[in-house]
Structures are given as C-alpha cells and as structure tokens.
Ligand binder design. Structure first.
Ligand SMILES: [Zn+2]
Length: 218
C-alpha cells in the first residue's frame, strides 16, 4: 500500500503515520529525512544539496525530485510519502515517477482540520525551558502549574506556536496544497479525513478498511 499524506502543521501527520503502522509496516519517506541522510552519507545528490543548504538557499525542485525518485526506487512498496508533493508541479512529477517505476499509488490521505482547532491546540501546548519536554495544558497538564514534572524547570509557550505564526503557516500550506488536493480528488485518489471534532485515532479501523478497499481496486 502506497500513500501520500497531506496535512497542515499541527494536523497530526506524525500521529497518523504511527497509528497506521499497527496494520502494516510502512516505510516513512519524509523529504527532510532523505536530505539529511544523503548529506550525511555524502552521496552525489547529498553533496549538491548541501551546497544549497549551507548557503541557506532552497534546494531546487529538480534535485528534490531526484532524491524522491531514488528513494522510491529503493523502497518500492508500502510507504507513506510525507512532505512531497508540496505543489501541483510536484504532484504531476510524482505521477510520472511512479509510472516509470511501476508503483501504484493507493491513496492520498489528506488530514483536514479547522485553522481555529490547530491554533487552539497549539495554544495549550507548553514546553519546559530547561529540558524541552512538552505538555498539553488541557489533556496532559503538569502536577504543579507552570512547573516541569521532569526537572522542575519553568514552562513556556514556543514562539512557533503563537497564533499569528501558526495561522500564517497554515495559510501558506493551504495556498500551496489546495491544487494538489484537487488534483488527487479528480483522480479519485483522495481520502479526506476530518481531524477536527473526533480524534482520528478512534476512526483508524474505519480508515484502514477504506484504504484496503482502494488497494484492491488498483
Ligand atoms: Zn523540564
């Protein structure tokens, strides 16, 4: 089963990928991890990529495509592709690559969530300023208010979690990925999961059977 996963920051892509692994061993293909791996192993692709990253520049699309291609060629099946495609060009490119490698894509899983829900969720997240352990004020509060259970450090909100920054990141995400979501919908490959009201971990059995049905159709 081959999946693409889409979701705004805070929508729970990591949690989803973890939960789905109880049914099947998936290889998690995350673009950031692939870059790091190639740079660490000093592969040809990694050497070129690091020249951009060292200068603080964005890695060109072609190079990202090449990295994804080499990884898909290596893994071949049972993967969750995370962080790619980010835009319509990449989605089309991915189709080309999968066709060339004769890998069928089972579905694009899109975790949809209201902006307010994410902002609210991140607002209740605090981290220890000393040991970086994170807590949720609503669902997993500390024994003493404002103090880390682990080390007694002071709890703070992360700058990245501020409503302004979170809202901005979500808007960028939506602008870029909306065409990608439409693209997969037109192909009948989209599986949209509402992560707002109900925690999707409780829907995971249902989601899994939907994915199995699609796998048979291929
Ligand atoms: Zn601490």
């Amino acid at each position: 089963m081959q999946l693409v996963i889409l979701g705004a920051p805070g929508a729970g892509k990591g949690t989803f990928s973890q939960s789905i692994k109880k049914y099947k061993q998936f290889t998690h293909i995350a673009t950031g991890d692939i870059f790091r791996k190639h740079i660490k192993d000093q592969t040809d692709l990694g050497k070129v990529a690091s020249t951009y990253i060292e200068k603080g520049k964005l890695v060109p699309n072609d190079l990202t495509d090449d990295l994804i291609f080499s990884e898909l060629n290596l893994v071949k099946k049972d993967f969750i592709l995370d962080g790619y495609p980010r835009n319509l060009d990449q989605a089309k490119k991915l189709d080309e690559m999968l066709r060339e490698l004769k890998i069928p894509l089972t579905a694009c899983v899109s975790l949809s969530i209201e902006q307010e829900v994410i902002v609210d969720r991140l607002r209740s997240r605090v981290v220890c300023s000393n040991c970086a352990y994170s807590y949720n004020l609503k669902t997993a509060p500390t024994k003493t208010k404002g103090i880390c259970d682990n080390c007694g450090g002071k709890l703070v909100h992360r700058k990245d979690d501020s409503p302004e920054i979170v809202t901005h990141r979500i808007q960028i995400y939506e602008r870029e990925t909306e065409p990608v979501i439409n693209y997969y919908e037109e192909q009948g490959k989209l599986l949209e999961i509402d992560c707002g009201e109900i925690d999707f971990v409780t829907q995971i059995d249902e989601i899994w059977s939907l994915l199995l049905e699609r796998e048979v159709k291929v």
